[in-house]
Write a protein that binds this ligand. Structure first.
Ligand code: ZN
Length: 199
């Protein structure tokens, strides 16, 4: 984001508008999003004792697949050039993701605004793999409870918001359903949203 865009995020999260994204802004942003989340939180935290009870085992390539539900999207998104009109999501958070997309459709009412926000670029839900760089820990994508959006401008190693583009308003739509935005909570990988409680 450029300086003006960072001003906008700081204004929106209610912190000092100085264009400097430091510990104060990071904390204010996380609190801003946490305050929008449903109480009680609908999902267990990643790695918590309740996580496996709630979501069950992760998927395996050519093996077990978590129970899923297909949701119909209110607008068409694109995986490379392929139009995507529905998504298979873990059944415990599918309705929730559907509501996220309905909120996105409302605040970005046409394809022009959706394109500008970067939300027409879809990069996947289900992927039964370990976390990048980890030999043991599984990606939330292996549970079908995570989605990647606009990866090209919100990379795994790209810091948010200074070098990444994900709008705070998109993160808010996810937060209202209890989904964590990686950009706000880990400061990078801003493409990534997951249905887990804050830690
Ligand atoms: Zn992801």
């Amino acid at each position: 984001m450029n300086r003006i865009e960072i001003f906008h995020v700081q204004e929106r999260i209610g912190t000092v508008v100085d264009g400097f994204w430091g510990p104060k802004s990071i904390a204010a942003c996380q609190n801003h999003l946490k305050n929008m989340m449903p109480v009680p939180h609908p999902f267990p935290a990643e790695g918590s004792s309740g996580f496996l009870d709630f979501f069950g085992p992760h998927g395996e390539k050519d093996g077990y697949t978590p129970p899923s539900k297909r949701i119909k999207l209110p607008f068409t998104i694109y995986y490379d050039q392929t139009p995507v009109t529905s998504l298979l999501v873990h059944e415990k958070c599918a309705d929730s993701l559907q509501r996220v997309f309905q909120k996105l459709a409302t605040i970005y009412p046409n394809d022009g605004s959706r394109e500008a926000a970067g939300i027409l670029v879809y990069n996947g839900v289900y992927n039964p793999r370990k976390k990048r760089g980890s030999a043991t820990s599984w990606s939330m994508h292996a549970w079908m409870n995570a989605i990647d959006i606009n990866a090209g401008k919100n990379g795994n190693k790209t810091s948010w918001p200074v070098n990444a583009k994900m709008p705070i308003e998109v993160m808010e739509c996810f937060a209202q359903e209890g989904w964590l935005a990686a950009g706000a909570f880990w400061g990078r990988d801003a493409m990534h949203f997951q249905a887990t409680g804050p830690v």
